[in-house]
Design a protein around this ligand. Structure first.
Ligand SMILES: Cc1ncc(COP(=O)(O)O)c(C=O)c1O
Length: 372
């Protein structure tokens, strides 16, 4: 029998309070810099109350196919947020790039996809029955080369990418992609903007708004599970886009909607964000505070408003994570190639929230300075 002691497995992060910038994890109150709830709306009292009230009123849901007032109210709220004629809603953000691409299927002949695009769009590709070619991650020059190589005269490409990449926080150069697409009549851009909606753009409509690309031929699929404090996929656009999605994407016929609780949570989140412009302003302030502070520590970081800040360098990040954890600061280390867009070296992924106080950010930065 082998009596050698095995080292204890690292304690998983077990949340014991609603999500927040300061929250309870594994029996301790900690500063939390992980995840995707950029405004901490999942833990907002109004959002929690809305979800509870909707469950009391409507139960867990309508079963597969039925309508409830809460979904109509969510449609109104989303149309107002996105300034869109219609916003398709479905069960998950993961399914929304699939529904968007299936809806657009008759509008493209060949697919060009960033090599590090999220699993959600990749899983959709085989359902589209179109040739697919990758271009180098974030590289508009590579896109131009692949378009030139693979798009025959008269054929229409779709360019598929994340707007914000989930591990690295890199912002796709969408304006450069559009430039590369100019020679191809009817070319369309289809963005998984799960991490951009709510956060980017002058009014939080996402990466297309950020780049001034809200125009015909540019489409986004997003989620309610990150900035918007709830759960569910969304695809804002025209009524004609919604009709195409209804016609082509079988998930719209054969799957249940989100529970009423999630729809009501999203409505409350959208209202809180709209009524409290300071939340979006604080997120911008906090993102630049974190990025500037890390630069002072010697890390090289892009100057973007993205609240995912990926720290790379010649550092033992797992050791650093454990040392920060001992100071009740919880951060995430992404393993080498451990996610769709993760680089081939370990990185520390910090999520910045509107609800982090400047003092919390200073404590993170000074702790890192002390430990590095
Ligand atoms: C880029 C991207 N797309 C889609 C999803 C799936 O979203 P959801 O968790 O809301 O289903 C994620 C989830 O992390 C993501 O990072």
């Amino acid at each position: 029998m082998n009596h050698q002691a095995t080292p204890p497995a690292p304690l998983p992060v077990v949340m014991q309070s609603p999500l927040g910038a300061r929250m309870r994890i594994n029996g301790r109150d900690v500063d939390y810099f992980c995840g995707t709830s950029y405004f901490c709306l999942h833990g907002h009292p109004r959002v929690i109350e809305a979800a509870c009230a909707a469950t009391r009123q409507f139960g867990m849901g309508p079963g597969t196919l039925a309508q409830m007032q809460v979904y109509v109210a969510l449609q109104d709220e989303l149309q107002a947020w996105f300034g869109a004629e219609h916003v398709v809603s479905l069960i998950s953000g993961y399914s929304s790039p699939m529904a968007m691409l299936q809806g657009l299927r008759d509008d493209f002949d060949v697919i060009l996809i960033d090599a590090a695009t999220h699993y959600s769009a990749r899983d959709a590709i085989p359902t589209l029955d179109r040739p697919v070619h990758s271009f180098r991650h974030l590289d508009a020059g590579s896109l131009a080369e692949e378009l030139d190589r693979y798009v025959k005269p008269g054929k229409r490409p779709v360019v598929v990418t994340d707007g914000v990449f989930p591990s690295s926080g890199a912002l796709a150069p969408l304006a450069d992609y559009r430039q590369a697409m100019v020679p191809y009549e009817g070319a369309i851009l289809a963005v998984d903007d799960s991490h951009g909606v709510g956060v980017l753009g002058s009014s939080g409509r996402g990466a297309l708004q950020h780049f001034g690309l809200e125009a015909d031929g540019n489409y986004l699929a997003g989620t309610l599970s990150k900035a918007f404090g709830a759960l569910g996929g969304i695809i804002p656009g025209s009524q004609s886009l919604a009709d195409k999605i209804a016609a082509n994407a079988m998930i719209m016929r054969g799957a249940s909607p989100v529970p009423p609780a999630a729809a009501a949570a999203a409505i409350a989140s959208l209202r809180v964000l709209k009524e409290t412009p300071a939340m979006r302003a604080n997120l911008v302030r906090n993102v630049s505070h974190v990025r500037a502070g890390l630069r002072k520590l010697g890390f090289v970081l892009a100057d973007t408003p993205v609240p995912i800040v990926s720290v790379r360098g010649d550092v033992d990040f797992e050791q650093l994570r454990l040392q920060l954890d001992a100071k009740d600061i919880v951060v995430k280390v992404t393993k080498a190639s451990g996610y769709s867009d993760a680089p081939d070296v370990p990185t520390m992924r910090l999520a910045v929230f509107s609800e982090h106080s400047p003092e919390q950010i200073d404590r993170l930065l000074s702790s890192m300075a002390e430990l590095l």
